[in-house]
Design a protein around this ligand. Structure first.
Ligand SMILES: Nc1ncnc2c1ncn2[C@@H]1O[C@H](COP(=O)(O)OP(=O)(O)OP(=O)(O)O)[C@@H](O)[C@H]1O
Length: 302
């Protein structure tokens, strides 16, 4: 059984399709990244998953429970950290979490609440009123609230937008631990280095359609281009290499090679003109390069 199954999900607002037939699964134990530019449909997909919006067509199931027909069980299986801060300003942090526990019918949940508070660095704010917390602290409470019922699937919608380095580190070490304990994690983020570091599978949405879904390592290997920076003596680039030039600096030349095997040709061209290499740096594309390439690719218009 998949942790989440999206099957032909369509969401229309009038004539506009925010989601245009999205199908994919997230497997149990995945640390899954859902990427896409602003407006691609990520939040819409998550809202349907959490029962906050209804799909115009298609089906979504969490741990085998249909989010419409089997709403309660589906809702219990997932914890969603929303993008926006939503809270009751008159509750303390602990009251907020106790109230959320009550919503799921959990009475004796104090030990787990204590553990979540400690793991998110909120213990000494437990009795503070929500309205008195800083933005970053409120965001921690949003995370805590989503975890109160120990959901098997945890979805974080841009959890680190505008938060400081310390919270990012606290949050990711806690979420990694939950993933190691068997929880499935789905993350949307615009910080691609976060997705690259944390996730094992990556989906990309564009204009309401799925344009890529791959194991991270497979995706990263897809782009075979290599960036090269050369410091040369004398500092001169042979004409034959000009087509590869992407930038010329005081101290050298940046080239883009279609793949690693093109390096031999570059060295041969230099040698032919008796130019020696003083220093060389080679870079692989990162997830950001791959993402930008895919978003620009007209063949991936869906
Ligand atoms: N209630 C609504 N009525 C009309 N259009 C909507 C509504 N909600 C969302 N949309 C549109 O649906 C599209 C997808 O929005 P969504 O918020 O899912 O994108 P997103 O991928 O989460 O973007 P971001 O990265 O900016 O959070 C957008 O074009 C948005 O304007």
């Amino acid at each position: 059984m998949s942790a989440i199954a999206f099957d032909g999900v369509v969401k229309r607002y009038g004539d506009f399709a925010a989601l245009d037939g999205v199908s994919f699964t997230v497997e149990q134990g995945d640390f899954f990244a859902l990427l896409g530019p602003n407006g691609a449909g990520k939040t819409t997909l998550i809202s349907i998953l959490g029962g906050l919006a209804r799909a115009t067509a298609g089906r979504v199931a969490v741990m085998g429970h249909d989010v419409e027909r089997d709403y309660r069980a589906a809702r219990r299986a997932v914890g969603i950290v929303p993008q926006e801060l939503v809270f009751d300003p008159f509750f303390t942090v602990r009251e907020t979490l106790a109230f959320q526990s009550g919503y799921f019918g959990l009475k004796r949940n104090d030990d787990w609440i204590d553990e979540i508070l400690a793991s998110l660095g909120l213990t000494n704010k437990a009795h503070s009123n929500m309205r008195a917390l800083s933005g970053g602290m409120k965001r921690r409470v949003m995370v805590a609230q989503a975890l109160v019922h120990r959901p098997q699937v945890i979805v974080l919608d841009e959890p680190t937008a505008g938060v400081d380095v310390e919270l990012r580190q606290t949050l990711w070490s806690f979420i990694r631990r939950l993933n190691a304990d068997g929880h499935t994690i789905v993350l949307t983020t615009h910080y691609l280095e976060e997705a690259e570091e944390l996730c094992n599978r990556i989906a990309m949405l564009k204009q309401g359609r799925l344009i890529a879904l791959e194991d991270k390592h497979t995706l990263m290997k897809r782009d075979k281009a290599r960036s090269l920076f050369l410091r040369l003596t004398p500092s001169r680039l042979p004409d034959a290499l000009r087509p590869l030039l992407t930038a010329e600096r005081d101290d050298g030349f940046a080239l883009k090679l279609p793949d690693a095997s093109a390096l031999a040709g570059v060295l041969a061209a230099l040698q032919a003109e008796q130019i020696s290499v003083r220093d060389i740096e080679v870079d692989k594309p990162d997830l950001e390069d791959i993402f930008v390439g895919m978003m620009r690719d007209p063949a991936r218009e869906g």
